[in-house]
Design a protein around this ligand. Structure first.
Ligand code: ATP
Ligand code: MG
Length: 412
């Protein structure tokens, strides 16, 4: 890709209301643009990374036997009245009327819709278990939208729902999904802690949250210094210095960003909405459900928070928007342009995703932009171009070497 054609509107200054580093950087790097409070446009590079996260999620969930579908964002109130949540959900639910004055909402979550899909098509244990997920825009009129993509009023979520004939089978799937989530967040370059949590608005029996440890996190995590005990403070009520309920060790507290969570819903929705099946003994039973979310836009934000300094992003391997950034220092110098162009073509021909900074900008501003865009491998084509040499920089370890352009493939 030629950088002159890429729409990546980097900024000198972050918006005034950007309180956290990742929000400042995502705006300055031209990844997102605020459209209204808590509502963002994902610009091309930001959206490219969103799609990478989505595809990692797809790979890991498909591998454990889940299938992707797409439910409507616009949901009729009838379903929400059946589950009893039309009255319970409160002002976070974005409600609207159609031209015939019928009530609708913009989905903040999809338990009602998926339960309706499954109850109409599955009626025997022979068709269970089943795992269905979607990647969808969610709407929640949050009281305090803030920190950019961290708490939006419109955001991208992956939501998975599983249906089972027994608690034991749900337990097996709960573990499988937990492992898939560990893989997903590892591949996104995130260090996570799994913590026990309350079931909250969604309801259910048991729940865990996937937390990225970070100063800017809105949740407080309590964890044991001596064993693996970890819980959301909302759930455990523990304070720093308390005794661990499992082993008696000392409890510590830290801040975390919730990037995902998993719930054992049990029969909450299947009972109220009549999602029943015939079991092996011919009895009619309510399906046992699990639900599992990942905040995709929030995961992007958490990744920037973890992989950046105030002026530079360094994308983890699987999220990087391009493999290599080529920067000719002086675009008026013919030797530099020629060499940069030939390396560009060679790398493209070898299947690399390459960004070539062909813009007529000062070198200083090119490097600043390159730091913001965050590609891990950089090839700087400068004065040594006359001898066929370029500077090769691996930003992961800071190693900078002068190499012959002919050897470039070896270095990459
Ligand atoms: P929170 O406690 O942060 O409000 P939640 O418990 O309401 O989260 P869920 O309804 O379970 O979250 O949604 C699943 C995932 O979606 C969350 O783990 C989080 O990563 C993401 N998420 C939730 N609300 C938002 C939001 N307003 N903006 C961006 N991502 C969100
Ligand atoms: Mg919430």
């Amino acid at each position: 890709m030629l950088q002159s054609l890429l729409f990546v509107p980097t900024l000198k200054d972050a918006p005034k209301d950007a309180e956290v580093k990742s929000h400042r950087l995502m705006s300055r790097s031209g990844l997102i643009k605020q459209t209204a409070s808590g509502i963002y446009t994902y610009l091309p590079v930001g959206y490219k990374i969103i799609k990478k996260i989505e595809n990692i999620i797809r790979e890991e969930l498909d591998m454990i036997g889940c299938s992707e579908l797409l439910m409507p964002a616009l949901q009729p109130s009838d379903l929400w009245k059946e589950s009893g949540r039309w009255d319970k959900y409160g002002p976070e639910l974005m409600r609207l009327k159609d031209r015939k004055e019928r009530d609708f909402c913009l989905g903040p979550t999809h338990e009602e819709v998926i339960t309706d899909v499954v109850r109409d098509h599955i009626n025997s244990y022979k068709k269970l278990p089943i795992g269905l997920y979607q990647i969808q825009t969610k709407f929640r009129d949050e009281m305090r939208p803030r920190f950019g993509l961290m708490r939006g009023r419109e955001f991208i979520m992956k939501d998975l729902y599983t249906f089972h004939e027994s608690e034991e089978d749900l337990d097996v799937w709960y573990k499988k999904v937990t492992q898939a989530y560990i893989n997903i967040f590892n591949r996104c370059g995130l260090d996570i802690k799994i913590v026990a949590s309350d079931t909250g608005q969604i309801g259910g029996d048991e729940a865990d949250e996937f937390m990225v440890m970070s100063e800017v996190g809105e949740d407080t995590i309590t964890y044991c210094m001596s064993c693996s005990y970890a819980a959301n403070q909302e759930h455990s009520g523990l304070e720093e210095g308390d005794k661990c309920p499992l082993c008696g060790g000392t409890i510590k507290t830290a801040k975390g960003i919730e990037v995902g969570n998993i719930f054992k819903l049990g029969t909450k929705y299947s009972e109220t909405m009549g999602a029943k099946f015939l079991n092996k003994d011919g009895q009619q039973k309510a399906m046992i459900m699990g639900c599992y979310g990942i905040g995709i836009s929030r995961t992007l934000m958490a990744s920037v928070e973890q992989h950046s300094t105030e002026d530079a992003i360094l994308w983890p391997e699987e999220l990087k928007p391009f493999d290599v950034h080529i920067i000719p220092v002086n675009t008026k110098d013919e030797a530099q342009c020629k060499l940069a162009d030939s390396i560009y073509k060679e790398l493209l021909a070898n299947g690399y995703q390459v960004l070539l900074d062909d813009r007529q900008e000062r070198a200083g501003s090119k490097f600043k932009d390159a730091d913001l865009i965050g590609i891990p491998v950089r090839i700087v084509v400068g004065k040594n171009a006359v001898d066929g040499n370029v500077e090769f920089l691996n930003r992961n370890d800071g190693e900078k070497v002068l190499v012959s352009a002919e050897d470039i493939l070896k270095y990459i």
